[in-house]
Design a protein around this ligand. Structure first.
Ligand code: ARG
Length: 589
Protein backbone atom coordinates (compact mmCIF):
# COMPACT_ATOMS: atom_id res chain seq x y z
CA UNK A 1 0.00 0.00 0.00
CA UNK A 2 1.30 3.44 -0.86
CA UNK A 3 2.16 5.67 2.06
CA UNK A 4 0.11 8.77 2.67
CA UNK A 5 3.05 10.95 1.73
CA UNK A 6 3.44 9.07 -1.54
CA UNK A 7 -0.20 9.69 -2.38
CA UNK A 8 0.09 13.36 -1.52
CA UNK A 9 3.29 13.73 -3.50
CA UNK A 10 1.81 11.96 -6.51
CA UNK A 11 -1.06 14.41 -6.56
CA UNK A 12 1.31 17.34 -6.30
CA UNK A 13 3.39 15.95 -9.16
CA UNK A 14 0.28 16.02 -11.27
CA UNK A 15 -0.22 19.66 -10.29
CA UNK A 16 3.34 20.65 -11.16
CA UNK A 17 3.40 18.86 -14.48
CA UNK A 18 -0.05 20.05 -15.58
CA UNK A 19 1.07 23.58 -14.80
CA UNK A 20 4.08 22.99 -17.05
CA UNK A 21 6.78 22.44 -14.41
CA UNK A 22 9.08 19.56 -13.75
CA UNK A 23 7.38 17.19 -11.34
CA UNK A 24 10.61 16.67 -9.45
CA UNK A 25 9.74 19.87 -7.57
CA UNK A 26 6.68 18.28 -6.02
CA UNK A 27 8.46 17.33 -2.81
CA UNK A 28 6.01 17.32 0.09
CA UNK A 29 6.66 17.08 3.80
CA UNK A 30 4.74 17.02 7.00
CA UNK A 31 3.98 20.58 7.95
CA UNK A 32 6.34 22.31 10.33
CA UNK A 33 3.49 24.70 11.18
CA UNK A 34 0.67 22.35 12.19
CA UNK A 35 -1.32 25.41 13.22
CA UNK A 36 -1.47 26.47 9.56
CA UNK A 37 -1.59 23.25 7.60
CA UNK A 38 -1.09 19.50 7.71
CA UNK A 39 1.37 18.99 4.87
CA UNK A 40 3.37 21.43 2.82
CA UNK A 41 5.23 21.67 -0.46
CA UNK A 42 8.07 24.14 -0.89
CA UNK A 43 8.81 23.09 -4.47
CA UNK A 44 7.74 26.38 -6.06
CA UNK A 45 10.61 28.11 -4.26
CA UNK A 46 13.19 25.79 -5.81
CA UNK A 47 11.45 25.73 -9.19
CA UNK A 48 11.57 29.54 -9.30
CA UNK A 49 15.33 29.46 -9.72
CA UNK A 50 15.23 27.09 -12.68
CA UNK A 51 12.34 28.85 -14.42
CA UNK A 52 13.40 32.39 -13.51
CA UNK A 53 9.93 33.12 -12.27
CA UNK A 54 8.34 34.48 -9.16
CA UNK A 55 7.81 31.52 -6.79
CA UNK A 56 4.43 32.86 -5.74
CA UNK A 57 3.25 32.71 -9.35
CA UNK A 58 4.36 29.12 -9.71
CA UNK A 59 2.70 28.14 -6.44
CA UNK A 60 -0.53 29.81 -7.54
CA UNK A 61 -0.54 28.04 -10.90
CA UNK A 62 0.09 24.65 -9.27
CA UNK A 63 -2.62 25.22 -6.70
CA UNK A 64 -5.13 25.97 -9.47
CA UNK A 65 -4.43 22.58 -11.06
CA UNK A 66 -5.08 20.69 -7.87
CA UNK A 67 -8.09 22.69 -6.76
CA UNK A 68 -10.44 19.89 -7.75
CA UNK A 69 -8.33 17.17 -6.14
CA UNK A 70 -10.14 14.72 -3.91
CA UNK A 71 -7.09 14.46 -1.67
CA UNK A 72 -6.89 18.06 -0.50
CA UNK A 73 -9.52 20.11 1.21
CA UNK A 74 -7.17 23.08 1.25
CA UNK A 75 -4.31 23.81 -1.13
CA UNK A 76 -3.22 27.40 -0.91
CA UNK A 77 -0.27 29.38 -2.11
CA UNK A 78 1.21 31.59 0.59
CA UNK A 79 4.06 34.07 0.44
CA UNK A 80 6.79 33.78 -0.61
CA UNK A 81 5.75 30.61 -2.49
CA UNK A 82 4.83 27.86 -0.07
CA UNK A 83 1.94 25.57 -0.78
CA UNK A 84 -0.02 24.74 2.36
CA UNK A 85 -2.07 21.57 2.29
CA UNK A 86 -4.88 20.07 4.30
CA UNK A 87 -6.35 16.66 3.65
CA UNK A 88 -9.96 15.87 2.86
CA UNK A 89 -11.64 14.00 5.67
CA UNK A 90 -13.00 11.32 3.37
CA UNK A 91 -9.60 10.66 1.84
CA UNK A 92 -7.98 10.42 5.26
CA UNK A 93 -10.78 8.24 6.62
CA UNK A 94 -10.45 5.84 3.67
CA UNK A 95 -6.72 5.67 4.15
CA UNK A 96 -6.96 4.82 7.84
CA UNK A 97 -9.70 2.32 7.05
CA UNK A 98 -7.41 0.58 4.56
CA UNK A 99 -4.91 0.33 7.40
CA UNK A 100 -7.61 -1.22 9.56
CA UNK A 101 -8.42 -3.86 6.95
CA UNK A 102 -4.76 -4.83 6.64
CA UNK A 103 -4.81 -6.30 10.11
CA UNK A 104 -1.22 -7.52 10.35
CA UNK A 105 0.75 -4.78 8.67
CA UNK A 106 -1.54 -1.74 8.62
CA UNK A 107 -0.45 -0.94 5.08
CA UNK A 108 3.29 -1.24 5.64
CA UNK A 109 4.77 -3.03 2.63
CA UNK A 110 7.45 -5.64 2.99
CA UNK A 111 10.77 -5.02 1.27
CA UNK A 112 10.73 -6.29 -2.30
CA UNK A 113 13.92 -8.35 -1.95
CA UNK A 114 14.14 -9.86 1.51
CA UNK A 115 17.63 -10.23 2.88
CA UNK A 116 19.32 -12.38 5.46
CA UNK A 117 20.43 -10.00 8.15
CA UNK A 118 22.45 -10.70 11.27
CA UNK A 119 22.15 -8.58 14.35
CA UNK A 120 25.07 -9.18 16.69
CA UNK A 121 24.01 -7.92 20.10
CA UNK A 122 24.18 -8.79 23.76
CA UNK A 123 27.81 -9.88 23.72
CA UNK A 124 28.15 -10.74 27.43
CA UNK A 125 31.24 -12.50 28.67
CA UNK A 126 30.52 -15.86 30.26
CA UNK A 127 30.89 -16.57 33.96
CA UNK A 128 30.09 -12.99 34.89
CA UNK A 129 26.64 -11.96 36.02
CA UNK A 130 24.76 -9.67 33.68
CA UNK A 131 24.85 -6.11 34.95
CA UNK A 132 23.38 -2.80 33.85
CA UNK A 133 26.28 -2.38 31.43
CA UNK A 134 24.71 -5.16 29.37
CA UNK A 135 21.36 -3.49 29.17
CA UNK A 136 21.75 -1.21 26.18
CA UNK A 137 23.17 -3.85 23.85
CA UNK A 138 20.28 -6.18 24.68
CA UNK A 139 17.52 -3.59 24.50
CA UNK A 140 18.64 -1.79 21.35
CA UNK A 141 19.75 -4.95 19.56
CA UNK A 142 16.47 -6.73 20.18
CA UNK A 143 14.48 -3.80 18.85
CA UNK A 144 16.67 -3.33 15.78
CA UNK A 145 16.28 -7.02 15.02
CA UNK A 146 12.49 -6.86 15.30
CA UNK A 147 12.36 -3.79 13.08
CA UNK A 148 14.43 -5.58 10.44
CA UNK A 149 12.19 -8.64 10.63
CA UNK A 150 8.95 -6.67 10.42
CA UNK A 151 10.25 -5.07 7.23
CA UNK A 152 10.13 -8.54 5.71
CA UNK A 153 13.69 -9.79 6.08
CA UNK A 154 15.07 -12.86 7.73
CA UNK A 155 16.62 -11.45 10.90
CA UNK A 156 19.02 -13.53 12.95
CA UNK A 157 19.98 -12.31 16.40
CA UNK A 158 23.24 -13.78 17.61
CA UNK A 159 24.46 -13.19 21.17
CA UNK A 160 28.17 -13.61 20.36
CA UNK A 161 29.22 -14.77 23.81
CA UNK A 162 32.62 -13.69 25.06
CA UNK A 163 33.87 -17.17 25.84
CA UNK A 164 37.36 -17.35 24.44
CA UNK A 165 39.63 -15.07 26.43
CA UNK A 166 42.13 -15.44 29.24
CA UNK A 167 39.26 -15.19 31.70
CA UNK A 168 38.68 -18.90 31.05
CA UNK A 169 42.22 -19.75 32.06
CA UNK A 170 41.75 -17.66 35.19
CA UNK A 171 38.57 -19.52 36.09
CA UNK A 172 40.23 -22.89 35.49
CA UNK A 173 43.22 -22.03 37.68
CA UNK A 174 41.13 -20.55 40.45
CA UNK A 175 38.96 -23.65 40.46
CA UNK A 176 42.09 -25.79 40.58
CA UNK A 177 43.28 -23.85 43.63
CA UNK A 178 39.94 -24.42 45.31
CA UNK A 179 39.32 -28.02 44.31
CA UNK A 180 42.65 -29.51 43.21
CA UNK A 181 41.31 -33.06 43.40
CA UNK A 182 38.85 -32.73 40.56
CA UNK A 183 39.61 -35.15 37.73
CA UNK A 184 39.83 -32.32 35.18
CA UNK A 185 43.23 -31.40 36.60
CA UNK A 186 44.60 -34.92 36.61
CA UNK A 187 46.43 -35.42 33.34
CA UNK A 188 46.49 -39.18 33.90
CA UNK A 189 42.74 -39.38 34.20
CA UNK A 190 41.30 -41.35 31.32
CA UNK A 191 37.82 -42.17 32.63
CA UNK A 192 34.51 -40.48 32.00
CA UNK A 193 34.19 -37.02 33.54
CA UNK A 194 31.19 -36.43 35.79
CA UNK A 195 28.04 -35.17 34.06
CA UNK A 196 27.35 -32.69 36.79
CA UNK A 197 29.03 -29.34 36.92
CA UNK A 198 31.63 -29.02 39.70
CA UNK A 199 30.27 -25.56 40.59
CA UNK A 200 26.97 -23.73 40.85
CA UNK A 201 26.30 -20.38 39.28
CA UNK A 202 26.93 -18.54 42.53
CA UNK A 203 30.26 -20.33 42.98
CA UNK A 204 31.20 -19.51 39.43
CA UNK A 205 30.33 -15.88 40.02
CA UNK A 206 32.73 -15.92 42.94
CA UNK A 207 35.48 -17.87 41.17
CA UNK A 208 35.69 -15.51 38.24
CA UNK A 209 36.44 -12.23 40.04
CA UNK A 210 38.84 -14.03 42.42
CA UNK A 211 40.77 -15.51 39.53
CA UNK A 212 40.80 -12.23 37.71
CA UNK A 213 42.08 -10.39 40.80
CA UNK A 214 44.79 -12.96 41.45
CA UNK A 215 45.90 -12.72 37.87
CA UNK A 216 46.51 -9.01 38.28
CA UNK A 217 48.32 -9.34 41.59
CA UNK A 218 50.25 -12.55 41.23
CA UNK A 219 52.63 -13.06 38.33
CA UNK A 220 52.81 -16.86 38.79
CA UNK A 221 49.07 -17.20 38.76
CA UNK A 222 48.89 -14.99 35.71
CA UNK A 223 51.33 -17.24 33.84
CA UNK A 224 49.41 -20.35 34.87
CA UNK A 225 46.18 -18.78 33.64
CA UNK A 226 47.73 -17.98 30.26
CA UNK A 227 49.03 -21.51 30.00
CA UNK A 228 45.62 -22.95 30.90
CA UNK A 229 43.99 -20.73 28.28
CA UNK A 230 46.47 -21.95 25.72
CA UNK A 231 45.85 -25.57 26.69
CA UNK A 232 42.12 -25.12 26.53
CA UNK A 233 42.36 -23.53 23.11
CA UNK A 234 44.46 -26.46 21.99
CA UNK A 235 42.08 -29.15 23.06
CA UNK A 236 43.12 -30.13 26.61
CA UNK A 237 40.65 -32.86 27.47
CA UNK A 238 39.81 -31.93 31.08
CA UNK A 239 39.69 -28.20 30.42
CA UNK A 240 37.42 -28.68 27.43
CA UNK A 241 35.02 -30.52 29.70
CA UNK A 242 35.24 -27.77 32.32
CA UNK A 243 34.67 -25.19 29.63
CA UNK A 244 31.41 -26.89 28.68
CA UNK A 245 30.26 -26.65 32.29
CA UNK A 246 31.22 -23.00 32.52
CA UNK A 247 29.19 -22.20 29.41
CA UNK A 248 26.23 -24.29 30.40
CA UNK A 249 25.95 -22.97 33.95
CA UNK A 250 26.48 -19.42 32.82
CA UNK A 251 24.18 -19.51 29.81
CA UNK A 252 21.34 -21.08 31.82
CA UNK A 253 21.53 -18.15 34.19
CA UNK A 254 21.82 -15.52 31.47
CA UNK A 255 18.88 -16.94 29.59
CA UNK A 256 16.64 -16.36 32.60
CA UNK A 257 17.52 -12.69 32.73
CA UNK A 258 17.26 -12.13 28.98
CA UNK A 259 13.88 -13.90 29.00
CA UNK A 260 12.67 -11.59 31.73
CA UNK A 261 13.77 -8.68 29.58
CA UNK A 262 11.88 -10.12 26.62
CA UNK A 263 15.14 -10.45 24.72
CA UNK A 264 15.44 -13.64 22.67
CA UNK A 265 18.37 -14.71 20.55
CA UNK A 266 18.03 -16.95 17.51
CA UNK A 267 21.63 -18.09 17.98
CA UNK A 268 23.71 -18.51 21.11
CA UNK A 269 27.06 -18.73 19.38
CA UNK A 270 30.24 -17.51 20.93
CA UNK A 271 33.81 -16.68 20.13
CA UNK A 272 34.78 -20.27 20.87
CA UNK A 273 32.58 -21.52 18.03
CA UNK A 274 34.84 -19.83 15.54
CA UNK A 275 37.87 -22.01 16.33
CA UNK A 276 37.35 -24.57 13.57
CA UNK A 277 37.41 -21.79 10.97
CA UNK A 278 40.55 -20.01 12.13
CA UNK A 279 43.40 -22.14 10.67
CA UNK A 280 42.03 -22.07 7.10
CA UNK A 281 41.20 -18.40 7.40
CA UNK A 282 44.74 -17.54 8.51
CA UNK A 283 46.27 -19.74 5.82
CA UNK A 284 44.20 -18.00 3.20
CA UNK A 285 45.31 -14.57 4.43
CA UNK A 286 48.90 -15.74 4.27
CA UNK A 287 48.45 -17.14 0.76
CA UNK A 288 47.02 -13.84 -0.36
CA UNK A 289 49.98 -12.02 1.16
CA UNK A 290 47.75 -9.88 3.36
CA UNK A 291 49.43 -10.52 6.71
CA UNK A 292 52.95 -10.16 8.04
CA UNK A 293 54.82 -10.65 11.27
CA UNK A 294 55.42 -7.84 13.67
CA UNK A 295 57.03 -8.46 17.08
CA UNK A 296 56.13 -12.11 16.69
CA UNK A 297 52.43 -11.39 16.15
CA UNK A 298 50.61 -11.72 12.86
CA UNK A 299 49.16 -8.42 11.68
CA UNK A 300 47.28 -6.90 8.76
CA UNK A 301 47.30 -3.33 7.50
CA UNK A 302 43.88 -1.82 7.21
CA UNK A 303 44.76 1.69 6.07
CA UNK A 304 42.97 3.19 3.14
CA UNK A 305 44.27 6.00 0.93
CA UNK A 306 41.70 8.53 2.11
CA UNK A 307 42.54 8.06 5.82
CA UNK A 308 43.67 11.23 7.51
CA UNK A 309 45.31 9.49 10.43
CA UNK A 310 47.21 6.28 10.04
CA UNK A 311 45.60 3.26 11.61
CA UNK A 312 47.64 0.85 13.70
CA UNK A 313 48.03 -2.59 12.10
CA UNK A 314 45.33 -5.04 13.12
CA UNK A 315 46.61 -7.96 15.15
CA UNK A 316 45.26 -11.19 13.70
CA UNK A 317 47.13 -13.68 15.89
CA UNK A 318 48.99 -13.05 19.14
CA UNK A 319 52.70 -13.82 19.37
CA UNK A 320 51.94 -17.16 21.07
CA UNK A 321 49.73 -18.03 18.10
CA UNK A 322 46.52 -17.62 20.12
CA UNK A 323 43.54 -15.91 18.61
CA UNK A 324 42.21 -12.65 20.01
CA UNK A 325 39.07 -10.50 19.73
CA UNK A 326 39.85 -9.68 16.08
CA UNK A 327 40.48 -13.28 15.13
CA UNK A 328 37.23 -14.50 16.61
CA UNK A 329 35.23 -11.68 15.05
CA UNK A 330 36.72 -12.46 11.64
CA UNK A 331 36.13 -16.17 12.13
CA UNK A 332 32.51 -15.40 13.05
CA UNK A 333 32.05 -13.62 9.76
CA UNK A 334 33.40 -16.70 7.99
CA UNK A 335 30.55 -18.92 9.19
CA UNK A 336 27.94 -16.16 8.92
CA UNK A 337 28.84 -15.86 5.25
CA UNK A 338 29.39 -19.54 4.47
CA UNK A 339 26.53 -21.11 6.38
CA UNK A 340 23.94 -18.33 6.28
CA UNK A 341 24.90 -16.25 3.23
CA UNK A 342 24.29 -13.11 5.24
CA UNK A 343 23.65 -9.98 3.18
CA UNK A 344 24.04 -7.58 6.07
CA UNK A 345 25.50 -7.69 9.56
CA UNK A 346 24.81 -5.10 12.27
CA UNK A 347 26.81 -4.92 15.47
CA UNK A 348 25.08 -3.29 18.40
CA UNK A 349 28.00 -2.61 20.73
CA UNK A 350 29.33 0.19 22.93
CA UNK A 351 30.46 3.03 20.68
CA UNK A 352 33.91 3.02 22.25
CA UNK A 353 34.60 -0.05 20.13
CA UNK A 354 34.29 1.89 16.89
CA UNK A 355 37.92 1.50 15.85
CA UNK A 356 37.75 -2.25 16.35
CA UNK A 357 34.77 -2.50 14.02
CA UNK A 358 36.15 -0.15 11.43
CA UNK A 359 39.27 -2.28 11.20
CA UNK A 360 37.30 -5.51 11.34
CA UNK A 361 35.11 -4.49 8.41
CA UNK A 362 38.10 -3.46 6.34
CA UNK A 363 39.98 -6.65 7.12
CA UNK A 364 36.94 -8.81 6.32
CA UNK A 365 36.55 -7.14 2.92
CA UNK A 366 40.24 -7.16 2.18
CA UNK A 367 40.56 -10.84 3.01
CA UNK A 368 37.49 -11.64 0.92
CA UNK A 369 35.65 -13.11 3.90
CA UNK A 370 32.77 -10.83 2.98
CA UNK A 371 31.98 -10.14 -0.65
CA UNK A 372 32.13 -6.46 -1.63
CA UNK A 373 28.32 -6.17 -1.67
CA UNK A 374 27.91 -7.45 1.88
CA UNK A 375 26.91 -4.58 4.11
CA UNK A 376 28.50 -4.31 7.55
CA UNK A 377 27.49 -1.65 10.03
CA UNK A 378 28.47 -0.76 13.54
CA UNK A 379 25.61 0.63 15.62
CA UNK A 380 27.59 2.09 18.51
CA UNK A 381 25.59 3.12 21.55
CA UNK A 382 26.44 5.70 24.17
CA UNK A 383 26.93 5.34 27.89
CA UNK A 384 24.14 4.93 30.39
CA UNK A 385 24.81 7.57 33.02
CA UNK A 386 23.40 8.14 36.48
CA UNK A 387 21.70 11.37 37.48
CA UNK A 388 25.14 12.75 38.35
CA UNK A 389 26.16 12.45 34.70
CA UNK A 390 28.70 9.71 35.44
CA UNK A 391 28.34 6.03 34.40
CA UNK A 392 25.41 4.53 36.28
CA UNK A 393 26.33 2.93 39.63
CA UNK A 394 24.46 1.55 42.59
CA UNK A 395 24.07 3.77 45.66
CA UNK A 396 27.26 2.35 47.14
CA UNK A 397 29.21 2.77 43.95
CA UNK A 398 29.12 -0.79 42.60
CA UNK A 399 27.84 -2.06 39.28
CA UNK A 400 24.24 -3.09 39.58
CA UNK A 401 23.30 -6.60 38.56
CA UNK A 402 20.51 -6.77 36.05
CA UNK A 403 18.72 -9.27 38.21
CA UNK A 404 18.56 -6.90 41.18
CA UNK A 405 17.55 -4.02 38.96
CA UNK A 406 14.65 -6.05 37.57
CA UNK A 407 13.64 -7.26 41.04
CA UNK A 408 13.63 -3.73 42.43
CA UNK A 409 11.52 -2.26 39.64
CA UNK A 410 9.19 -5.27 39.54
CA UNK A 411 8.50 -4.75 43.24
CA UNK A 412 8.07 -1.03 42.96
CA UNK A 413 5.60 -1.40 40.10
CA UNK A 414 3.80 -4.14 42.00
CA UNK A 415 3.24 -1.77 44.92
CA UNK A 416 1.68 0.75 42.54
CA UNK A 417 -0.53 -1.77 40.78
CA UNK A 418 -1.67 -3.57 43.91
CA UNK A 419 -3.52 -0.42 44.92
CA UNK A 420 -6.13 -1.50 42.39
CA UNK A 421 -7.78 -4.15 44.53
CA UNK A 422 -9.70 -5.74 41.68
CA UNK A 423 -6.54 -7.16 40.20
CA UNK A 424 -5.70 -10.67 41.46
CA UNK A 425 -2.23 -11.29 42.86
CA UNK A 426 -0.85 -13.26 39.93
CA UNK A 427 -2.09 -10.76 37.37
CA UNK A 428 -0.69 -7.89 39.43
CA UNK A 429 2.76 -9.52 39.41
CA UNK A 430 2.61 -10.12 35.68
CA UNK A 431 1.39 -6.59 34.99
CA UNK A 432 4.05 -5.11 37.25
CA UNK A 433 6.70 -6.92 35.28
CA UNK A 434 5.31 -5.75 31.96
CA UNK A 435 5.36 -2.18 33.23
CA UNK A 436 8.91 -2.66 34.49
CA UNK A 437 10.17 -3.86 31.11
CA UNK A 438 8.34 -1.04 29.33
CA UNK A 439 9.84 1.52 31.71
CA UNK A 440 13.41 0.32 31.19
CA UNK A 441 13.19 -0.24 27.45
CA UNK A 442 11.25 2.87 26.55
CA UNK A 443 13.54 4.94 28.78
CA UNK A 444 16.49 3.68 26.79
CA UNK A 445 15.04 3.46 23.28
CA UNK A 446 13.47 6.89 23.27
CA UNK A 447 17.00 8.29 23.08
CA UNK A 448 19.04 8.15 19.93
CA UNK A 449 21.23 5.08 20.46
CA UNK A 450 24.55 6.78 19.80
CA UNK A 451 23.99 9.38 22.52
CA UNK A 452 24.79 8.99 26.20
CA UNK A 453 21.66 9.16 28.34
CA UNK A 454 20.66 9.52 31.94
CA UNK A 455 19.22 6.36 33.42
CA UNK A 456 16.65 8.08 35.58
CA UNK A 457 14.46 5.38 37.07
CA UNK A 458 12.15 7.80 38.86
CA UNK A 459 11.30 9.37 35.54
CA UNK A 460 11.17 6.11 33.55
CA UNK A 461 8.72 4.50 35.96
CA UNK A 462 6.40 7.48 36.16
CA UNK A 463 2.92 6.95 34.73
CA UNK A 464 2.98 10.44 33.30
CA UNK A 465 5.13 12.10 30.68
CA UNK A 466 7.01 10.52 27.82
CA UNK A 467 7.50 7.15 29.51
CA UNK A 468 6.87 3.45 28.94
CA UNK A 469 4.22 3.25 31.66
CA UNK A 470 2.34 6.21 30.12
CA UNK A 471 2.30 4.38 26.78
CA UNK A 472 0.99 1.21 28.42
CA UNK A 473 -1.56 3.21 30.37
CA UNK A 474 -2.92 4.63 27.14
CA UNK A 475 -3.10 1.20 25.52
CA UNK A 476 -4.89 -0.17 28.57
CA UNK A 477 -7.39 2.69 28.34
CA UNK A 478 -8.12 1.79 24.70
CA UNK A 479 -8.42 -1.89 25.53
CA UNK A 480 -10.85 -1.13 28.27
CA UNK A 481 -13.11 0.93 25.98
CA UNK A 482 -13.06 -1.82 23.36
CA UNK A 483 -13.85 -4.41 26.01
CA UNK A 484 -16.78 -2.42 27.35
CA UNK A 485 -18.12 -1.91 23.83
CA UNK A 486 -18.08 -5.63 23.26
CA UNK A 487 -19.55 -6.40 26.66
CA UNK A 488 -22.47 -4.15 25.80
CA UNK A 489 -23.31 -6.70 23.12
CA UNK A 490 -21.73 -4.99 20.15
CA UNK A 491 -19.67 -6.56 17.44
CA UNK A 492 -16.26 -4.97 17.19
CA UNK A 493 -15.32 -3.94 13.65
CA UNK A 494 -19.00 -3.41 12.89
CA UNK A 495 -18.11 -0.26 11.09
CA UNK A 496 -15.32 1.31 9.13
CA UNK A 497 -13.19 4.31 9.88
CA UNK A 498 -15.06 7.15 8.27
CA UNK A 499 -14.66 10.80 7.62
CA UNK A 500 -13.50 12.54 10.81
CA UNK A 501 -16.23 14.50 12.53
CA UNK A 502 -14.09 16.86 14.58
CA UNK A 503 -10.55 18.20 14.97
CA UNK A 504 -9.25 15.80 17.59
CA UNK A 505 -10.53 12.84 15.60
CA UNK A 506 -8.83 14.13 12.47
CA UNK A 507 -5.63 14.82 14.38
CA UNK A 508 -5.56 11.22 15.59
CA UNK A 509 -6.12 9.92 12.06
CA UNK A 510 -3.38 12.14 10.71
CA UNK A 511 -0.88 10.72 13.16
CA UNK A 512 -1.96 7.12 12.57
CA UNK A 513 -1.75 7.54 8.81
CA UNK A 514 2.01 8.10 9.10
CA UNK A 515 2.56 4.58 10.42
CA UNK A 516 4.22 3.01 7.38
CA UNK A 517 6.42 6.04 6.77
CA UNK A 518 7.69 5.88 10.32
CA UNK A 519 8.28 2.14 10.04
CA UNK A 520 10.23 2.62 6.85
CA UNK A 521 12.41 5.35 8.31
CA UNK A 522 13.02 3.38 11.50
CA UNK A 523 14.06 0.44 9.32
CA UNK A 524 16.27 2.43 6.96
CA UNK A 525 18.01 4.17 9.81
CA UNK A 526 17.82 1.26 12.28
CA UNK A 527 16.40 3.79 14.67
CA UNK A 528 14.01 2.57 17.40
CA UNK A 529 13.84 6.11 18.82
CA UNK A 530 11.81 7.13 15.76
CA UNK A 531 9.22 4.54 16.73
CA UNK A 532 9.20 5.85 20.31
CA UNK A 533 8.55 9.39 19.13
CA UNK A 534 5.73 8.13 16.92
CA UNK A 535 4.18 6.03 19.67
CA UNK A 536 4.22 9.03 21.94
CA UNK A 537 2.47 11.22 19.40
CA UNK A 538 -0.16 8.54 18.79
CA UNK A 539 -0.82 8.30 22.54
CA UNK A 540 -0.97 12.04 22.83
CA UNK A 541 -3.38 12.37 19.93
CA UNK A 542 -5.50 9.55 21.27
CA UNK A 543 -5.70 11.06 24.76
CA UNK A 544 -6.76 14.39 23.30
CA UNK A 545 -9.43 12.67 21.30
CA UNK A 546 -10.53 10.72 24.37
CA UNK A 547 -10.86 13.83 26.52
CA UNK A 548 -12.62 15.79 23.80
CA UNK A 549 -15.24 13.19 22.89
CA UNK A 550 -17.64 10.91 24.61
CA UNK A 551 -17.09 7.60 22.90
CA UNK A 552 -19.29 4.94 24.49
CA UNK A 553 -23.01 5.21 24.97
CA UNK A 554 -23.64 8.12 22.64
CA UNK A 555 -27.00 8.34 20.86
CA UNK A 556 -25.54 8.22 17.39
CA UNK A 557 -24.76 4.50 17.16
CA UNK A 558 -23.09 4.85 13.77
CA UNK A 559 -20.72 7.43 15.11
CA UNK A 560 -20.01 5.26 18.13
CA UNK A 561 -19.16 2.35 15.81
CA UNK A 562 -16.97 4.58 13.70
CA UNK A 563 -15.07 5.73 16.80
CA UNK A 564 -14.61 2.12 17.83
CA UNK A 565 -13.10 1.28 14.45
CA UNK A 566 -10.67 4.13 14.86
CA UNK A 567 -9.77 2.84 18.33
CA UNK A 568 -9.13 -0.58 16.87
CA UNK A 569 -6.60 0.82 14.43
CA UNK A 570 -5.03 2.89 17.20
CA UNK A 571 -4.74 -0.16 19.42
CA UNK A 572 -3.20 -2.26 16.69
CA UNK A 573 -0.72 0.39 15.66
CA UNK A 574 0.39 0.85 19.27
CA UNK A 575 0.64 -2.87 19.97
CA UNK A 576 2.66 -3.37 16.82
CA UNK A 577 5.02 -0.54 17.75
CA UNK A 578 5.64 -1.67 21.30
CA UNK A 579 6.27 -5.17 20.02
CA UNK A 580 8.97 -3.73 17.79
CA UNK A 581 10.39 -1.95 20.83
CA UNK A 582 10.34 -5.27 22.67
CA UNK A 583 7.69 -4.91 25.35
CA UNK A 584 4.09 -5.94 25.93
CA UNK A 585 0.93 -4.40 27.29
CA UNK A 586 -1.14 -5.82 30.14
CA UNK A 587 -4.94 -5.99 30.01
CA UNK A 588 -5.35 -3.48 32.82
CA UNK A 589 -3.23 -1.47 35.20
N1 ARG B 1 32.08 -9.45 24.50
C1 ARG B 1 32.39 -8.15 23.97
C2 ARG B 1 32.68 -7.18 25.10
O1 ARG B 1 32.37 -7.48 26.24
C3 ARG B 1 31.29 -7.59 23.12
C4 ARG B 1 31.00 -8.40 21.87
C5 ARG B 1 30.44 -7.56 20.78
N2 ARG B 1 30.25 -8.28 19.53
C6 ARG B 1 31.23 -8.58 18.70
N3 ARG B 1 30.96 -9.28 17.63
N4 ARG B 1 32.46 -8.17 18.91
O2 ARG B 1 33.21 -6.14 24.86
Amino acid sequence: MKTILELITEEMRRGFSEAGYDEKFAVCTLSNRPDLCEYQCNGALTAAKQYHKNPMDIATEVVERISSSNIFSVAEAVRPGFINLKLQGAFLGDFVDAMRRDRERMGYDKVSTPKTIFVDYGGPNVAKPLHVGHLRAAVIGESVKRIIKFAGNEAIGDIHLGDWGTQLGQIICELQDRKPDLPYFDDNFTGEYPEESPFTISELEDIYPCGSKKSKENEDFHKRALEATYQLQNGHRGYTQLFKHIIEVSVTDMRKIYDRLNVHFELWKGEADTQPYIPDMIQDMKDKGLVYESDGALVMDTNEPEDKVEMPPLMILKSDGASNYNTTDLGTLVWRMNDYHADEVYYVVDKRQDLHFLQLFRAAKKAGICAPNVYLEFIGFGTMNGKDGKPFKTRNGGVMRLESLLNDIDNEMYEKIKTNEDIPEEEARDTAHKVCVAAIKYGDLSNQASKDYIFDLDRFTSFEGNTGPYILYTIVRIKSILRKYKEAGNEKSASKVGEPTNDSEKALMLVLSRFSEVMRTAYNEKAPHKICAFVYSVCDAFNHFYHANKILGIDDKNLEAQYISLLEVTERVLLCCIDLLGFEAPERM
